[in-house]
Ligand binder design. Sequence first.
Ligand code: UDP
Length: 322
Amino acid sequence: MHILVIGGAGYIGSHVVKALLKRNMKVTVFDNLSTGTKLNLFPQAKFIEGDILNYEQILAALKQNVDGIVLLAGKKAVGESMLNPMKYAFNNINGVINVLNAMVEANVNKAIFSSSAAVYGMPQYLPLDENHPVNPINFYGFTKLETERFLKWYDQLKGIKFVSLRYFNAVGYDEEGDVKGLEENPQNLLPIVMEAAIGKRDKLKIFGNDYPTRDGTCIRDYIHVTDLGSAHALALEYLDKGGESQILNLGTSVGSSVLEMVNKTQEVIGKKIAYEFAPRRPGDPAELTAKADKAKEVLGWEATHSSLENIISSTWNMYKNL
Ligand code: UDP
Protein backbone atom coordinates (compact mmCIF):
# COMPACT_ATOMS: atom_id res chain seq x y z
CA MET A 1 0.00 0.00 0.00
CA HIS A 2 1.20 3.49 -0.85
CA ILE A 3 0.05 5.97 1.79
CA LEU A 4 0.15 9.76 1.63
CA VAL A 5 0.71 11.02 5.17
CA ILE A 6 -0.55 14.58 5.18
CA GLY A 7 1.15 16.37 8.04
CA GLY A 8 3.77 13.63 8.22
CA ALA A 9 6.55 15.98 9.34
CA GLY A 10 4.72 16.88 12.53
CA TYR A 11 4.88 15.45 16.00
CA ILE A 12 2.23 12.75 15.64
CA GLY A 13 2.70 12.44 11.88
CA SER A 14 6.35 11.44 12.12
CA HIS A 15 5.49 8.67 14.57
CA VAL A 16 2.74 7.51 12.22
CA VAL A 17 5.22 7.44 9.31
CA LYS A 18 7.57 5.28 11.35
CA ALA A 19 4.76 2.83 12.17
CA LEU A 20 3.69 2.55 8.52
CA LEU A 21 7.26 1.97 7.34
CA LYS A 22 7.60 -0.74 9.97
CA ARG A 23 4.57 -2.50 8.46
CA ASN A 24 6.23 -2.31 5.04
CA MET A 25 3.98 0.33 3.58
CA LYS A 26 5.27 2.77 1.00
CA VAL A 27 4.99 6.28 2.42
CA THR A 28 4.97 9.75 0.93
CA VAL A 29 4.88 12.68 3.34
CA PHE A 30 2.99 15.83 2.36
CA ASP A 31 3.59 18.75 4.71
CA ASN A 32 3.78 22.55 4.52
CA LEU A 33 6.39 22.63 7.33
CA SER A 34 4.43 25.30 9.19
CA THR A 35 4.80 23.39 12.44
CA GLY A 36 6.39 20.21 11.13
CA THR A 37 10.13 20.02 10.49
CA LYS A 38 12.47 18.28 8.07
CA LEU A 39 14.18 16.81 11.14
CA ASN A 40 11.17 14.51 11.41
CA LEU A 41 11.44 13.06 7.90
CA PHE A 42 12.54 9.49 7.28
CA PRO A 43 14.88 8.78 4.36
CA GLN A 44 12.69 5.83 3.27
CA ALA A 45 9.69 8.14 2.73
CA LYS A 46 9.43 10.56 -0.18
CA PHE A 47 8.70 14.15 0.86
CA ILE A 48 6.47 16.65 -0.94
CA GLU A 49 6.35 20.18 0.45
CA GLY A 50 2.82 21.38 -0.08
CA ASP A 51 -0.28 22.81 1.53
CA ILE A 52 -3.72 21.22 1.81
CA LEU A 53 -5.20 24.67 1.24
CA ASN A 54 -3.75 24.52 -2.29
CA TYR A 55 -6.08 22.19 -4.21
CA GLU A 56 -3.71 21.63 -7.14
CA GLN A 57 -0.85 20.66 -4.82
CA ILE A 58 -2.83 18.09 -2.86
CA LEU A 59 -4.42 16.73 -6.05
CA ALA A 60 -1.02 16.26 -7.72
CA ALA A 61 0.27 14.41 -4.64
CA LEU A 62 -2.79 12.13 -4.56
CA LYS A 63 -2.41 11.30 -8.25
CA GLN A 64 0.92 9.56 -7.60
CA ASN A 65 -0.67 6.11 -7.28
CA VAL A 66 -1.73 6.62 -3.71
CA ASP A 67 -3.92 3.90 -2.15
CA GLY A 68 -4.90 5.78 0.98
CA ILE A 69 -4.18 8.78 3.14
CA VAL A 70 -3.59 9.66 6.75
CA LEU A 71 -4.77 13.19 7.39
CA LEU A 72 -3.05 14.85 10.33
CA ALA A 73 -2.39 18.36 9.01
CA GLY A 74 -4.26 20.86 11.10
CA LYS A 75 -4.12 23.34 13.93
CA LYS A 76 -4.38 21.82 17.38
CA ALA A 77 -4.08 24.38 20.17
CA VAL A 78 -7.37 24.47 22.05
CA GLY A 79 -6.74 27.88 23.63
CA GLU A 80 -5.77 29.50 20.34
CA SER A 81 -8.88 28.07 18.64
CA MET A 82 -11.06 30.08 21.02
CA LEU A 83 -9.19 33.32 20.30
CA ASN A 84 -8.77 32.81 16.55
CA PRO A 85 -11.60 30.59 15.28
CA MET A 86 -11.05 31.93 11.74
CA LYS A 87 -7.64 30.26 11.57
CA TYR A 88 -9.13 26.95 12.74
CA ALA A 89 -12.11 27.13 10.39
CA PHE A 90 -9.81 27.90 7.49
CA ASN A 91 -7.13 25.29 8.16
CA ASN A 92 -9.08 22.47 9.75
CA ILE A 93 -12.30 22.66 7.74
CA ASN A 94 -11.38 24.19 4.36
CA GLY A 95 -8.24 22.07 4.32
CA VAL A 96 -10.17 18.86 4.90
CA ILE A 97 -12.73 19.72 2.22
CA ASN A 98 -9.89 20.25 -0.25
CA VAL A 99 -8.37 16.88 0.63
CA LEU A 100 -11.71 15.05 0.32
CA ASN A 101 -12.54 16.68 -3.00
CA ALA A 102 -9.08 15.88 -4.34
CA MET A 103 -9.49 12.26 -3.15
CA VAL A 104 -12.70 11.98 -5.18
CA GLU A 105 -10.99 13.43 -8.25
CA ALA A 106 -7.90 11.20 -7.84
CA ASN A 107 -9.96 8.09 -7.02
CA VAL A 108 -8.42 7.52 -3.60
CA ASN A 109 -10.96 5.98 -1.22
CA LYS A 110 -9.28 5.21 2.10
CA ALA A 111 -8.67 7.83 4.78
CA ILE A 112 -7.45 7.75 8.36
CA PHE A 113 -8.34 10.94 10.10
CA SER A 114 -6.86 12.40 13.28
CA SER A 115 -9.76 13.36 15.49
CA SER A 116 -9.82 14.17 19.16
CA ALA A 117 -11.44 13.52 22.50
CA ALA A 118 -12.32 17.22 22.28
CA VAL A 119 -15.41 16.27 20.22
CA TYR A 120 -17.14 14.99 23.38
CA GLY A 121 -17.16 18.17 25.45
CA MET A 122 -18.15 17.86 29.10
CA PRO A 123 -18.37 14.16 29.99
CA GLN A 124 -21.74 12.85 31.11
CA TYR A 125 -20.08 9.61 32.18
CA LEU A 126 -16.59 8.12 32.25
CA PRO A 127 -14.75 6.50 30.63
CA LEU A 128 -16.00 8.01 27.38
CA ASP A 129 -17.09 5.53 24.76
CA GLU A 130 -17.73 6.39 21.12
CA ASN A 131 -21.50 6.57 21.73
CA HIS A 132 -21.15 9.34 24.27
CA PRO A 133 -22.96 12.48 22.99
CA VAL A 134 -20.71 14.88 21.10
CA ASN A 135 -20.93 18.48 22.19
CA PRO A 136 -17.54 20.23 21.93
CA ILE A 137 -16.84 23.08 24.32
CA ASN A 138 -13.99 24.53 22.30
CA PHE A 139 -13.72 25.54 18.66
CA TYR A 140 -10.91 23.09 17.96
CA GLY A 141 -13.18 20.19 18.98
CA PHE A 142 -15.94 21.64 16.81
CA THR A 143 -13.67 21.56 13.73
CA LYS A 144 -12.83 17.90 14.41
CA LEU A 145 -16.49 16.98 14.80
CA GLU A 146 -17.45 18.80 11.61
CA THR A 147 -14.76 16.90 9.75
CA GLU A 148 -16.13 13.59 10.96
CA ARG A 149 -19.52 14.67 9.60
CA PHE A 150 -17.98 15.50 6.22
CA LEU A 151 -16.34 12.08 6.19
CA LYS A 152 -19.68 10.35 6.80
CA TRP A 153 -21.24 12.18 3.87
CA TYR A 154 -18.31 11.50 1.55
CA ASP A 155 -18.52 7.84 2.53
CA GLN A 156 -22.24 7.73 1.77
CA LEU A 157 -22.07 9.72 -1.46
CA LYS A 158 -18.61 8.95 -2.84
CA GLY A 159 -17.56 5.70 -1.18
CA ILE A 160 -14.62 7.10 0.76
CA LYS A 161 -14.02 4.65 3.64
CA PHE A 162 -12.54 6.20 6.73
CA VAL A 163 -11.34 5.48 10.23
CA SER A 164 -11.55 8.51 12.46
CA LEU A 165 -9.25 8.14 15.44
CA ARG A 166 -10.23 10.17 18.48
CA TYR A 167 -6.94 10.67 20.28
CA PHE A 168 -6.89 11.38 23.97
CA ASN A 169 -3.70 13.11 25.22
CA ALA A 170 -0.84 12.36 22.81
CA VAL A 171 2.50 12.27 24.61
CA GLY A 172 5.96 10.68 24.48
CA TYR A 173 8.60 10.31 21.77
CA ASP A 174 9.91 7.48 19.64
CA GLU A 175 11.90 5.29 22.02
CA GLU A 176 14.53 4.56 19.37
CA GLY A 177 15.25 8.24 18.84
CA ASP A 178 14.27 8.25 15.16
CA VAL A 179 12.05 11.31 15.53
CA LYS A 180 14.36 14.25 16.06
CA GLY A 181 12.23 17.40 15.95
CA LEU A 182 10.90 19.05 19.08
CA GLU A 183 7.78 21.16 18.87
CA GLU A 184 8.41 24.88 19.13
CA ASN A 185 6.36 26.82 21.68
CA PRO A 186 4.65 23.72 23.04
CA GLN A 187 1.26 24.29 24.63
CA ASN A 188 0.81 20.87 26.18
CA LEU A 189 1.53 19.76 29.71
CA LEU A 190 4.42 17.31 29.36
CA PRO A 191 6.67 19.42 27.09
CA ILE A 192 6.07 22.34 29.44
CA VAL A 193 7.02 20.19 32.44
CA MET A 194 10.22 19.25 30.56
CA GLU A 195 11.01 22.86 29.77
CA ALA A 196 10.62 23.67 33.48
CA ALA A 197 12.94 20.75 34.32
CA ILE A 198 15.75 22.02 32.09
CA GLY A 199 15.30 25.65 33.13
CA LYS A 200 13.95 26.81 29.76
CA ARG A 201 11.04 28.26 31.72
CA ASP A 202 10.87 29.38 35.36
CA LYS A 203 8.06 27.16 36.43
CA LEU A 204 5.04 25.20 35.36
CA LYS A 205 1.67 26.81 35.98
CA ILE A 206 -0.88 24.20 37.01
CA PHE A 207 -4.24 25.36 35.75
CA GLY A 208 -6.63 24.82 38.65
CA ASN A 209 -6.33 22.86 41.89
CA ASP A 210 -9.99 23.04 42.87
CA TYR A 211 -11.44 20.48 40.47
CA PRO A 212 -13.58 17.67 41.91
CA THR A 213 -10.78 15.13 41.41
CA ARG A 214 -8.62 13.15 43.85
CA ASP A 215 -6.02 15.94 44.20
CA GLY A 216 -7.92 18.90 42.74
CA THR A 217 -6.03 18.94 39.42
CA CYS A 218 -7.39 17.79 36.05
CA ILE A 219 -7.25 14.15 35.05
CA ARG A 220 -6.34 13.10 31.49
CA ASP A 221 -5.72 9.87 29.63
CA TYR A 222 -2.14 10.04 28.30
CA ILE A 223 -1.38 7.87 25.28
CA HIS A 224 2.08 7.34 23.81
CA VAL A 225 2.54 8.44 20.18
CA THR A 226 4.13 5.08 19.34
CA ASP A 227 0.78 3.50 20.28
CA LEU A 228 -1.04 6.09 18.18
CA GLY A 229 1.27 5.24 15.27
CA SER A 230 0.49 1.53 15.36
CA ALA A 231 -3.26 2.26 15.43
CA HIS A 232 -2.95 4.12 12.12
CA ALA A 233 -1.12 1.22 10.51
CA LEU A 234 -3.75 -1.25 11.74
CA ALA A 235 -6.57 1.04 10.58
CA LEU A 236 -5.12 1.18 7.06
CA GLU A 237 -4.79 -2.60 6.96
CA TYR A 238 -8.39 -2.86 8.20
CA LEU A 239 -9.69 -0.62 5.39
CA ASP A 240 -7.52 -2.45 2.86
CA LYS A 241 -9.32 -5.66 3.79
CA GLY A 242 -12.64 -3.98 2.97
CA GLY A 243 -13.59 -2.79 6.46
CA GLU A 244 -16.48 -0.38 6.95
CA SER A 245 -15.92 3.18 8.17
CA GLN A 246 -15.31 3.54 11.90
CA ILE A 247 -14.91 6.08 14.65
CA LEU A 248 -12.56 4.83 17.38
CA ASN A 249 -11.20 6.20 20.64
CA LEU A 250 -7.48 5.85 21.25
CA GLY A 251 -6.62 5.99 24.92
CA THR A 252 -5.61 3.78 27.82
CA SER A 253 -8.65 4.24 30.10
CA VAL A 254 -6.19 5.14 32.88
CA GLY A 255 -6.43 8.70 34.11
CA SER A 256 -3.53 10.68 35.58
CA SER A 257 -3.81 14.05 37.28
CA VAL A 258 -1.55 16.99 36.51
CA LEU A 259 0.10 16.63 39.94
CA GLU A 260 0.62 12.91 39.37
CA MET A 261 2.34 13.71 36.08
CA VAL A 262 4.60 16.23 37.80
CA ASN A 263 5.44 13.86 40.67
CA LYS A 264 6.12 10.96 38.35
CA THR A 265 8.35 13.13 36.18
CA GLN A 266 10.36 14.18 39.23
CA GLU A 267 10.77 10.52 40.15
CA VAL A 268 11.72 9.32 36.65
CA ILE A 269 14.17 12.10 35.77
CA GLY A 270 15.47 12.76 39.28
CA LYS A 271 14.96 16.52 39.12
CA LYS A 272 12.65 18.94 40.90
CA ILE A 273 9.99 20.63 38.80
CA ALA A 274 9.12 24.14 39.97
CA TYR A 275 5.40 24.78 39.76
CA GLU A 276 2.69 27.04 41.04
CA PHE A 277 -1.07 26.83 41.00
CA ALA A 278 -2.83 29.19 38.62
CA PRO A 279 -6.50 29.79 37.75
CA ARG A 280 -8.39 27.19 35.75
CA ARG A 281 -7.95 27.30 31.98
CA PRO A 282 -11.28 27.95 30.22
CA GLY A 283 -12.68 24.91 28.42
CA ASP A 284 -10.92 22.27 30.55
CA PRO A 285 -13.16 19.40 31.71
CA ALA A 286 -12.13 18.04 35.14
CA GLU A 287 -11.57 14.53 33.84
CA LEU A 288 -11.30 12.76 30.48
CA THR A 289 -10.63 9.06 30.10
CA ALA A 290 -11.26 6.78 27.16
CA LYS A 291 -12.97 3.48 26.78
CA ALA A 292 -10.90 2.03 23.94
CA ASP A 293 -12.47 -1.44 23.70
CA LYS A 294 -13.83 -0.73 20.23
CA ALA A 295 -10.34 -0.10 18.80
CA LYS A 296 -9.33 -3.45 20.25
CA GLU A 297 -12.37 -5.23 18.79
CA VAL A 298 -12.14 -3.65 15.34
CA LEU A 299 -8.38 -3.31 14.88
CA GLY A 300 -6.91 -5.61 17.50
CA TRP A 301 -5.15 -2.50 18.85
CA GLU A 302 -3.96 -2.03 22.41
CA ALA A 303 -1.74 0.54 24.05
CA THR A 304 1.53 -1.16 24.97
CA HIS A 305 3.91 1.81 25.23
CA SER A 306 1.84 4.06 27.46
CA SER A 307 3.11 3.46 30.98
CA LEU A 308 3.86 6.81 32.62
CA GLU A 309 7.50 5.71 33.01
CA ASN A 310 7.89 5.11 29.30
CA ILE A 311 6.00 8.25 28.36
CA ILE A 312 8.18 10.38 30.62
CA SER A 313 11.54 8.74 29.93
CA SER A 314 11.06 8.83 26.14
CA THR A 315 10.18 12.52 26.39
CA TRP A 316 13.06 13.26 28.74
CA ASN A 317 15.48 11.67 26.23
CA MET A 318 14.53 14.47 23.84
CA TYR A 319 14.93 17.26 26.37
CA LYS A 320 17.76 16.26 28.65
CA ASN A 321 20.57 17.35 26.34
CA LEU A 322 19.03 20.62 25.16
N1 UDP B 1 -1.98 22.00 31.98
C1 UDP B 1 -1.45 22.74 33.03
N2 UDP B 1 -0.45 23.63 32.75
C2 UDP B 1 0.05 23.82 31.49
C3 UDP B 1 -0.50 23.04 30.42
C4 UDP B 1 -1.52 22.14 30.71
O1 UDP B 1 -1.87 22.63 34.18
O2 UDP B 1 0.94 24.66 31.29
C5 UDP B 1 -3.05 21.04 32.27
C6 UDP B 1 -4.33 21.32 31.51
O3 UDP B 1 -5.13 22.22 32.26
C7 UDP B 1 -4.93 19.93 31.39
C8 UDP B 1 -3.72 18.99 31.34
O4 UDP B 1 -2.62 19.76 31.85
O5 UDP B 1 -5.66 19.61 32.56
C9 UDP B 1 -3.40 18.55 29.93
O6 UDP B 1 -3.38 19.69 29.11
P1 UDP B 1 -2.85 19.67 27.62
O7 UDP B 1 -2.87 21.10 27.12
O8 UDP B 1 -1.55 18.95 27.56
O9 UDP B 1 -3.90 18.79 26.84
P2 UDP B 1 -5.52 18.91 26.70
O10 UDP B 1 -6.06 18.01 27.76
O11 UDP B 1 -5.90 20.33 26.83
O12 UDP B 1 -5.76 18.37 25.34
